[in-house]
Design a protein around this ligand. Structure first.
Ligand SMILES: [Zn+2]
Length: 419
């Protein structure tokens, strides 16, 4: 059972906001230093399902200029392709419709109910209306099952029923239908005015709305868990996110713009059969590790270069890896030059200069001229002080840069840089 809470920051997993998930985590394992492999929904979610980074799975349809990268290639297998399970997907309509993901699952059980189209439904309605049918199906099947839920709840525009979503005069909960250029320009102007009026209170108001959504996500997850429990089903639960959310920590708002912690660090919690009740794991792990971990639990072997992660099961018993790392990538697009560059980040614990470090750099031939950034995660978890230029840390920078190579596949470079 994989539950992806879309846009869930690592630091939003706290008892005040999420009492249910905190309790579930206490009965299993919480990974305190987990990172998504991407910084927006498509790359982050596909990273979980394919067990690899965006430049490898190549499902990157954000840019219309690269149309053929908008569909999952046949040689990329997803978790449901490898597990010989009945595989259900209950998802927000956007990710379900993307790039062939839904086609790898059995989605017959989540058609638009009550004559509504998927576009008219928010994901929570799909979840609540579909789960009983899935449970009935599971009870009638004699095969094991894999279910992927994706809640869109904390994702902007933070629409919350019964809550005032106006911040400094700006209505956060705007229509998400495609806007005309004029409407978009007006929206952006109103947003700037609302922010400029009082930046601190604006951010505070935004974060309060986000936190309220996180609180609701906790209730949704508890509702899902309870439904399976009531049916006497005891799945192995993996709950995580596809990316975080920025609140101007590094000049960006929302997500999909850079690789700082607030956009890529995510919660990761597992509990259920086979998962011990264990202390929190501090080792750096990645959401690409979920695929090999679930194969391990399913006692399924699949030898493939596609999987770049490792099973997390040993860490549930002994948090003792000396070298641990998580990589994440972002294809940045320069509007002026119409060029695309691969920015890559790595957070790793390395034996030299004991500690955990983060490096961000541009891979391949530099296109945007992005200067490397280096942060000491232990002393500076908020990534305020860039140490890349400090000669004292050049050894750390070189070590991380050497580790930050998992891309033997160069086809994307030829294709993307050739645009
Ligand atoms: Zn997302």
């Amino acid at each position: 059972m994989l539950i992806v809470i879309d846009t869930w920051r690592a630091d939003a997993f706290v008892n005040d906001l999420m009492p249910a998930l905190t309790a579930y985590g206490e009965g299993g394992v919480v990974f305190r230093n987990a990172y998504s492999s991407g910084n927006w929904t498509l790359t982050g979610t596909t990273g979980i399902l394919a067990g690899t980074v965006p430049s490898e799975h190549e499902l990157l349809s954000q840019y219309p200029e690269v149309g053929e990268y908008g569909w999952l290639q046949d040689d990329i297998l997803l978790l449901p392709d490898v597990l010989e399970y009945r595989s259900y997907q209950v998802s927000n309509n956007w990710i379900a419709a993307c790039g062939g993901i839904a086609e790898r699952f059995d989605v017959d059980l989540n058609p638009p109910p009550l004559g509504m189209t998927l576009e008219e439904l928010v994901d929570e309605e799909v979840v609540s209306q579909t789960t009983p049918a899935i449970i009935a199906d599971i009870l009638g099947e004699d095969r094991v099952y894999f279910v992927h839920y994706q809640l869109l709840t904390p994702h902007f525009p933070y629409c919350i029923e019964g809550v005032d979503t106006v911040v400094n005069g700006f209505e956060m909960c705007v229509d998400t239908e495609p806007l005309s250029d004029e409407e978009l320009a007006q929206l952006q102007a109103d947003f700037q005015i609302a922010h400029a009026a009082d930046p601190d209170s604006f951010l505070e108001g935004m974060r309060a709305l986000y936190d309220e959504q996180v609180r609701q996500a906790d209730e949704f997850v508890a509702g899902i868990v309870e439904q399976y429990r009531a049916a006497d089903l005891r799945p192995l639960f993996v709950v995580t996110s596809d990316h975080g959310e920025a609140f101007l920590e590094h000049d960006n708002l929302f997500h999909g713009d850079d690789l700082h912690q607030e956009q890529v660090a995510v919660p990761l919690i597992m509990w259920g059969p086979g998962v011990p009740r264990a202390p929190a794991v501090e080792t750096v792990v990645s959401t690409v590790d979920i695929f090999p971990t679930l194969l391990d639990f399913a006692e399924t072997v699949w030898e493939s270069d596609q999987l770049i992660g490792r099973s997390l099961r040993p860490l549930m018993h002994e948090d003792a890896e000396t070298l641990s790392r998580a990589q994440y990538e972002y294809f940045a697009f320069d509007q002026e030059t119409q060029q695309i560059a691969l920015l890559s980040g790595i957070t790793a614990s390395v034996p030299i200069e004991e500690g955990t470090w983060t490096l961000m750099e541009e891979r391949g031939d530099p296109v945007l001229g992005f200067e490397p950034k280096l942060f000491d995660q232990m002393a500076d978890p908020g990534q305020v002080e860039d140490l890349a230029e400090d000669p004292y840390f050049s050894g750390v920078l070189d070590t991380l840069s050497e580790l930050n190579v998992v891309l033997p596949h160069t086809e994307w470079e030829d294709r993307w840089y050739g645009l």
